[in-house]
Design a protein around this ligand. Structure first.
Ligand code: NAD
Length: 339
């Protein structure tokens, strides 16, 4: 298939673009490079062993997105483009609603006009809200605790409503748990701007000496070691989930399918710091700080629907996640070269 990958220069999009190409698809990237660097592109081309078509377009801009779909002869869209920092979304809610909802609306509108029926969307475990029991299942009610989370809840609803109006749409809502790790080459990986919001890039930046210590927010949660537990999955397993979802959408009669992508196994913050210390060969310094408002004790998936319907399972271990993150971070201490 010829596939448009929105946000394909970003962390998950870059790894998925490579796997789509490896699976025989023609993946075309559209990205505005607001949260990624141009220098990822030659690295992707080196890994893919072929040139990759890239369009520098803000997908909220409707005429530009429409033009891409009009000319592209695409059969599917994999939609990663969006802003994802929870704290920033609290400070700039309008920017988050405008960008995240705007991208989805303009892509769906362009797909309708140019007869593209298939889309895979990056949703998140954040849609399970604050009080969901674990493990989390796809049929749980959705809610959110911050504007970023609400953009995901709302985008899922937009897809469902669009599919009611046009049942020929084929939509995959992929609810990611906590993607970490990097390509085994160490040449592409996660490169957040500013202070990382997520644990793994923070641990990696401390390990490489860019920051002093990891702050662990709360060690008095009702978990075995008192620190929060999350469902970390390797970004390469996550990328494979997109390839599997696209294959499934080509054969299903269901308009909107929702799948959790996680391992189903929780890892605590302390366990992750210890695993990373083993991977990098020295102790990663940390300090315990008070709990952060809005953080929950535990979040992990019931991934059984993805396994039974997609034949997909997250295979890689926490030690592999740490080893691959360390390879990327130690080879690229400051992330991608500046544009
Ligand atoms: N990383 C996670 O922990 C996580 C978890 C759950 C869901 N997600 C979702 O997965 C998707 C990808 O996340 P990521 O971690 O790769 O983030 P990322 O920031 O690395 O990638 C997002 C990409 O989208 C691009 N982008 C943003 N707005 C755009 C626009 N208007 N037009 C064109 N390009 C635009 C950015 O430049 C960036 O390259 C996001 O939608 C995110 O919300 C991520």
């Amino acid at each position: 298939m010829r596939i448009l990958v929105s946000g394909g220069a970003g962390y998950i999009g870059s790894h998925t673009t490579l796997q789509l190409i490896a699976a025989g698809h023609d993946a075309v990237i559209v990205d505005d490079f607001s949260r990624s660097k141009h220098s990822v592109v030659p690295r992707l081309e080196a890994l893919a062993g072929r040139p990759i078509e890239v369009h520098e377009v803000d997908t909220t801009v409707r005429p530009a997105t429409d033009g891409l779909l009009a000319d592209g002869a695409f059969e599917a869209v994999v939609h990663f483009a969006g802003l994802k920092a929870v704290g920033e979304s609290v400070e700039q809610p309008l920017a988050y609603y405008a960008n995240n909802l705007g991208s989805t609306l303009s892509l769906l509108e362009a797909m309708r006009r140019h007869d593209v029926r298939t889309i895979v969307f990056s949703s998140s475990a954040t849609v399970y809200g604050e009080n969901a029991p674990v493990p989390m299942k796809e049929d749980f009610p959705t809610s959110a605790t911050n504007p970023y989370g609400w953009t995901k809840v709302m985008q899922e609803q937009i897809f469902r409503d669009a599919a009611v109006a046009d049942p020929s749409l084929r939509v995959a809502l992929l609810r990611y748990f906590n993607p970490v790790g990097a390509h085994a080459s160490g040449t592409i990986g996660e490169d957040p701007s500013g202070i990382p919001n997520n644990l793994m890039p923070l641990i990696a930046q401390v390990a490489v000496g860019r920051r002093d210590k990891v702050l662990i927010y709360g060690d008095d949660y009702p978990t075995p070691d008192g620190t929060g537990r999350r469902d970390y999955l390797h970004v390469e397993d996550l990328a494979a989930g997109h390839v599997a979802a696209l294959a499934h959408l080509a054969t299903t009669d269901t308009s909107v399918s929702t799948w959790n992508l996680g391992t189903g196994r929780p890892t605590s913050v302390r366990e992750m710091v210890d695993a990373f210390s083993r991977a990098c060969g020295h102790a990663v310094p940390f300090e315990v700080a008070p709990r952060r408002p809005g953080d929950i004790a535990e979040s992990y998936a019931d991934p059984s629907r993805a396994e039974s319907e997609l034949g997909w399972r997250a295979e890689r271990t926490v030690d592999e996640m740490c080893a691959d993150t360390w390879r990327w971070q130690s080879q690229n201490p400051d992330g991608y070269p500046e544009d």
